[in-house]
Design a protein around this ligand. Structure first.
Ligand code: 13P
Ligand code: SF4
Length: 347
């Protein structure tokens, strides 16, 4: 066994129930192999809200570790191997821009506007949402959360992912007149009816935006019986051309549980697609194209070992934690409300 793997395992064993390692599906294989929980961003948030471990060593990107710090108890300590691992989409909106947009929308819309903020956002944006009766959503439950507020007669401010927002709108049968685009400077684009139901921020994920309808058509020419499954951060055209769209856990479970001999084309992060392919040797699994999330890829055995070493020292009272992720109490309280509303609507 690799020396670092051995060291990480032995510190984990020493800490026992005092530590958990959650990892997102997009993490490298060697990190996934050491994780206690593996999942999509919704599952990981729920797992982190349920664990009692003193240390949560989160392997993912920063907004996910922050999410864990929001839902965890105040006595729990969240650390992450690389705090520089961000999500460019999560950075496409800040509170000033959101407040400006919210004021502009509210002056145009006769209904109350409820923010539904994608998990891929900062804790301060989650707090913005929680303070205005809104809920966080993830790719696995965005349709359900938005429908919840529309059914209650509200309009929804959806941010930051435009593609997910439009895919949700299509799923809910909203017309183009019921959608309004919000520019990334917080200004409202002209157009849309007075009674718009969904105001969508103009953010995107570069990893998923890179997939095209042509990528799908090329695979369909190559494999006549291929089934295409994509993440809903892909464009609406790609989602329309695919056979299925869903969260990373949905993709994983559907392909893993498919009959042997089936053929799958997957449109999501490349490390993840490669792992599914190697775990599903009884099927043919190919990527729509190689699209890597470099932020997810940055966590490796070296950074995990450095972080868990510091956790071990802290546990023994011999040193400081490295890379602790904290959320100021002023944000945590409202962000937690928004996360808890999501869980209450889903469960
Ligand atoms: P999931 O919620 O499906 O895990 O997606 C998170 C993500 O960052 C996709 O790019
Ligand atoms: Fe962010 Fe896209 Fe990476 Fe997901 S794949 S973490 S949305 S940059």
């Amino acid at each position: 066994m690799n020396d670092l793997v051995q060291e990480i395992r032995s510190i984990k064993e020493e800490l026992g129930d005092n530590i958990v390692i959650p990892a997102h599906h997009y993490q490298r294989d060697e990190i996934v192999a050491l994780a206690d929980f593996l999942g999509d961003s919704y599952k990981l948030a729920v797992d982190c809200s349920k664990t009692d471990a003193q240390y949560i060593l989160f392997c993912g990107v920063h907004f996910m570790a922050e999410g864990a710090a929001v839902v965890a108890g105040k006595h729990q300590l969240v650390v992450t191997p690389d705090p520089g691992a961000g999500c460019p989409m999560a950075d496409m909106i800040d509170n000033n821009e959101a407040e400006k947009a919210y004021a502009a929308m509210s002056s145009l819309c006769p209904r109350e506007i409820i923010p539904v903020i994608y998990m891929n956002s900062s804790a301060s944006m989650k707090a913005f949402c929680g303070a205005r009766n809104g809920a966080v959503c993830t790719s696995s439950n965005a349709v359900k959360i938005v429908r919840h507020y529309l059914d209650a007669g509200k309009s929804v401010f959806f941010s930051p992912d435009y593609n997910l927002g439009v895919n949700v709108a299509n799923e809910l049968g909203l017309t183009r007149d019921e959608l309004v685009l919000i520019n990334r400077d917080g200004t409202v684009q002209p157009g849309g009816s007075e009674d718009a139901r969904l105001y969508i921020w103009d953010g995107y994920c570069h990893v998923h935006k890179s997939f095209s309808v042509d990528d799908i058509l090329a695979l369909r020419r190559q494999y006549s019986d291929i089934q295409i499954i994509v993440h809903p951060e892909c464009t609406e055209q790609v989602v329309a051309e695919a056979d299925f769209a869903g969260s990373t856990s949905m993709i994983y479970n559907r392909v893993k549980n498919a009959p042997a001999g089936t053929v799958w084309g997957i449109g999501t992060e490349h490390n993840f697609v490669s792992r599914i392919a190697s775990e599903c040797s009884d099927k043919t699994v190919v990527a729509l194209k190689k699209s890597l999330c470099t932020d997810m890829n940055v966590t490796n055995l070296d950074s995990l070992a450095t972080t868990i070493r510091a956790v071990g020292k802290h546990f023994r009272g011999e040193g400081e934690l490295h890379n602790q992720v904290t959320v100021p109490e002023s944000h945590r309280r409202d962000a937690k409300k928004a996360m808890e509303r999501m869980i209450a609507i889903v469960e």
